[in-house]
Every structure is written in structure tokens, then in C-alpha cells.
Design a protein. Sequence first.
Length: 181
Amino acid sequence: MDRIQPQSAELRRLLDERTADLQRVKAEYDNYRKQVRRDRMAVREVATENVLRALLPVLDAVEGARRQEALSPGLQAVADVLETQLGSLGLKVFGAEGEPFDPLCHEAVTHVVATEAEGLTCTEILSPGYRVGDRLLRPARVTVTGPPPAGGVVLGGRTEAGHGGEGLQAPPGPAALRRGS
């Protein structure tokens, strides 16, 4: 009987080791499954964004046709289905006249100076912006009205802007260019 006791203890130790190994492998497998699920969702989101970004010119063409004239019933039906389906994929349109200018989601194309204005406001939407969830697909291209840019050069009440609102700052003068700034 004395011999059975040490064997039993040894078996218990081996069983505990194998149980710990099994629990560790199970935890690693669970973590792996969760990572694969996250990766698949990320790939799906990127693929959805790429498809939606590729269809933005189609939405622009439909909007351009609407501006020209009323759409025919057939084209209106196609436009409605397209917009509904893209909305079901999470596409959101933004950019409205009167919104405060936000350089993170608006691209200022033109700046109209209004000395009485307290802040920059989007006064004309040249093309809407689009996002999926919190990810920006395309900024809204806008005309901005507001106070003159700090140290800016204003000609005829309008300041031409570059991409992403860069034109809201004055371009460097000749002295700055010579310095290499």
C-alpha cells in the first residue's frame, strides 16, 4: 500500500500538469479565434470602404444630373435604390450650408471674407462629404465665409483656397521663400 501512495501522488501531479497545459492551449485557441474574428471584421470594413469610395463618382453623377433637370422616373428609381443600398452599408452624407467649418471634414475651396463674422461657416456646398461610421471617405468641398485670415491677403473679398483648407492661411511672401521656409 505504501507503494500505491507515491504512484497516486505522481499521477495526480501529471494530471494537474496536463490539465494546466490543456487550459493554456484552450485559452490560446480562444484568443486566436477572437483575433481572426477581429481581422475578418477589419478586412470587411476596408473592403466596404473601398467599394463605397469607388461608387462616390456615381453618386456625384446622379447629383449632377439632378441639378441639370428633373430625373426621369427610371433614373430616379435607380438613384433611390442606389442611395438606399449604400445607406444600408453605412454610407452617411454630410455637409450642409450654415455648418461651422471643420478642417477635419471640410475642404475649403473658396474663402469669402465677412468682417462681421465671428467664425468660419460653410456657406455653399460644392460637393457633399461622405463617411462610414467614424471614418471619412471624402471631405465636403465647401465655400467658407468668415473673418479674414490672420495676416492673409484678401483680393476682392475672396481668398482662393487649396486642399483641406490650406488657403485659409496667407501664402508665404518672397522673403519667406528666400529663407527656405
